[in-house]
Design a protein around this ligand. Structure first.
Ligand code: NDP
Length: 618
């Protein structure tokens, strides 16, 4: 059944779309900083602790690992775990998950800030629910529930004995003498791995805002990815921040993380300054428990079907009569457009007309979201919190307690749009419009490295393939891959995530399928006595040529957005986007293409070197 409530969004006839569009562009222009991504400070040097220290689990001493293994997977978050589970299913048991954290979970290990929940439908986002037999407690699961489910996945697939935690890979070097990768770490390991899988996820390294005077502040500073409960009081599963009652706290940022944190600061801190440069879109949460009876009645394959439906609604197009199973802010525009088409008897419209209808619906939905700010009593604050850009220029959020917090006397918005960020930090606080505001603690909700400089983003000193070629040089001007997962000059290495592959609206689904494909190639090589697999230059060139011939150009959309990590902070010259170069024919078309390639069983396009020789052969 299609759900559509036309009274929720103002009709198009009441919206001056050209005027709004012009306002969107003005809002973008006044925010674009000349130094784009360089405005941020890496969590290294003086700030290394913000990334390197694990406040949650003591580091256990261990001897360096120096033996051989079939696979080293960099990462034990969702991506690394999905790859590991798929390797097991493909019959490969001999591997390591190497991770900086003290347990499985990645994002869901590190992020323990108060209020943390997934903003995506848990029945779509939490992977392998049918295989682990797990029912999420509610539509938007708490961070610790997702973390606990990660442990369940690790136990279900027997991943624990393969994990090397509290370990950072620092060097990866291909050794043609032995056809193995040397994997060097900060724990003195030198593992010789037949295959290496980079599964670090897109947002793993906290970054700091480059506010002048950031070194001067004498109070407490921490990043949301390393929440300091010793300082705030409370704990991850019980965030009663009872040590903040006499504190003045500033939180910098109003992205998806800060939206979840602010209601807790509002509740517990003596005073909270919310420093905002660009507002988020924040819908009603409508969180609700999962009904066990409904859950038990689902037929095998239900999660796959729900993920596919979510992907259609969130990133492609719902088919005529296709219901919206997820029904939240991520799927609203598709849902509403389909409801219009249903009311008109499903006219046969072109892609162009469909896109034009989406564009109008975008303005209508954004008007609805902006109107949500009007519950704030102070009209200046309400107006400053209204987001003026297209839906999906920034990651959408939903929260019931964020806007009401601004009706409390102890919560104050510091709107720094005009100055493109907070002007200055001082010993005692911060300066805004020439006035010093004292505070005890500054919480950086300032996001993660997404710079084009992959070495800064990944934190691995060297990745050297054949003849010492560095991946950082090789990919300096953009990705060069085969199937988005392998690259010429980098034998037996696999890449994951947003490269030149299909991208599902649910990252965990992309990781499951990439893990499956990697498991297939690696197990074929092992079972067929092939020492080295590497895409030929010709196959890689042909792949990239086709990828670019079917690419969907989203640059106009991205260029009109307010700056953020979604569009390289408004830097139109950068070659690489956080989303890579996704397969333009759609996610499931990409999966079908890979499926057909696997069915051929020939590993076409890969140069295969048998165990007995060291020279590659076509
Ligand atoms: P973001 O990068 O989205 O937000 C960073 C915030 O810091 C922005 O509001 C930014 O403003 C602000 N900022 C940066 N520099 C300054 C400055 N100098 N002065 C003032 N403000 C500044 O990081 P988040 O941690 O919020 O989110 C990152 C991603 O993590 C999300 O997009 C999402 O993918 C994921 N996430 C997922 C959640 C989930 O539920 N699944 C929950 C939380 C996060 P501006 O916008 O102007 O740049």
């Amino acid at each position: 059944m299609t759900i559509y409530n036309p009274t929720q969004c103002p009709p198009a006839s009441e919206i001056d779309i050209p005027a709004l569009h012009a306002k969107y562009l003005r809002e973008r222009d006044r925010r674009i900083k000349k130094n784009h991504n360089d405005q941020y400070i890496p969590a290294s040097g003086k700030w290394a602790e913000i990334y390197e220290v694990d406040p949650y689990t003591p580091v256990a001493p261990r001897d360096p690992v120096t033996g051989e293994t079939d696979v080293v997977i960099l990462g034990a978050g969702y991506c690394g775990m999905m790859v590991a589970a798929q390797l097991k299913k493909a019959g490969i048991d001999n591997f390591y998950n190497v991770d900086h954290g003290g347990n499985f979970g990645g994002t869901w290990y590190w992020n323990r800030y108060p209020g943390i929940q997934c903003d995506n439908d848990s029945l779509v986002y939490m992977p392998l629910l049918e295989e682990t037999g797990y029912m999420p407690s509610k539509k938007f699961a708490d961070g610790y529930e997702i973390h606990d489910h990660c442990q369940m996945i690790a136990d279900t697939f027997g991943l624990r004995e393969n994990a090397l935690f509290h370990t950072l890979i620092k060097n990866l070097k291909w050794d043609p003498e032995i056809n193995r990768w040397h994997v060097g770490t900060n724990r003195g390991d030198d593992i010789k791995a037949r295959f290496v899988v980079l599964a670090m996820g897109p947002l793993n390294k906290p970054k700091l805002p480059g506010i002048p005077g950031i070194d001067k502040f004498k109070g407490k500073i921490f990043h949301t990815a390393r929440w300091d409960y010793d300082y705030t009081g409370g704990g991850w599963r019980n965030p009663v921040l009872d040590k903040l009652g006499d504190k003045k706290v500033a939180i910098i940022g109003t992205g998806a993380t800060a939206i979840q944190v602010v209601p807790y600061l509002a509740k517990y801190a003596g005073h909270t300054y919310v420093v905002q440069r660009t507002p988020s879109t924040i819908d009603a949460r409508n969180n609700r428990p999962i009904d066990p009876e409904w859950y038990a009645a689902q037929k095998p394959g239900w999660q796959e079907e729900r993920i596919r439906n979510f992907h259609h609604a969130a990133m492609e197009r719902l088919a005529p009569h296709e219901p919206d199973l997820v029904e939240d802010i991520w799927t609203e525009i598709s849902r509403n457009v389909n409801a219009e088409l249903e009311a008109e008897g499903w006219p046969d419209i072109s892609m162009e007309e469909y896109a034009a209808r989406r564009e109008v619906m975008d303005y209508r939905v954004m008007e609805r979201l902006r109107a949500r700010c009007d519950i704030i009593k102070d009209p200046v604050t309400a107006e400053a919190l209204k987001p003026y850009y297209r839906y999906l220029c920034k990651r959408p959020a939903s929260n019931d307690d964020f806007y009401p917090a601004f009706n409390q006397d102890n919560v104050q918005l510091i709107d720094v749009a005009e100055t493109q960020g907070l002007e200055q930090l001082t010993e005692n606080g911060f300066i805004h419009q020439g006035v010093e505001y004292e505070c005890d603690c500054i919480i950086m909700a300032s996001g993660y490295e997404v710079t084009n400089d992959l070495d800064r983003r990944w934190g691995i000193d060297t990745i050297e393939g054949r003849e010492g070629i560095s991946i950082y040089d090789y990919w300096r001007d953009g990705f060069q891959t085969f199937q988005g997962m392998m690259a010429h000059n980098f034998p037996n290495m696999f890449f994951t995530g947003f490269t030149q592959a299909g991208a599902n609206a649910s990252n965990s689904k992309t990781f499951i399928d990439q893990g499956f494909h990697i498991g297939y190639v690696a197990s074929q090589a092992i079972n067929r006595g092939i020492a080295v697999v590497e895409p030929s230059q010709d196959a890689q060139d042909a792949y990239i040529k086709h990828l670019r011939s079917v690419a969907v150009d989203t640059s106009l959309f991205a260029n009109e957005c307010t700056p953020s990590y979604f569009n390289n902070e408004g830097d139109q010259k950068k070659k690489r986007s956080i989303f890579g170069e996704p397969w333009g024919e759609g996610y499931y078309a990409f999966e079908d293409m890979l499926g057909a390639w696997r069915s051929e069983g020939e590993l076409t396009g890969l140069m295969l070197t048998p165990e007995s020789t060291l020279e590659p052969a076509e």
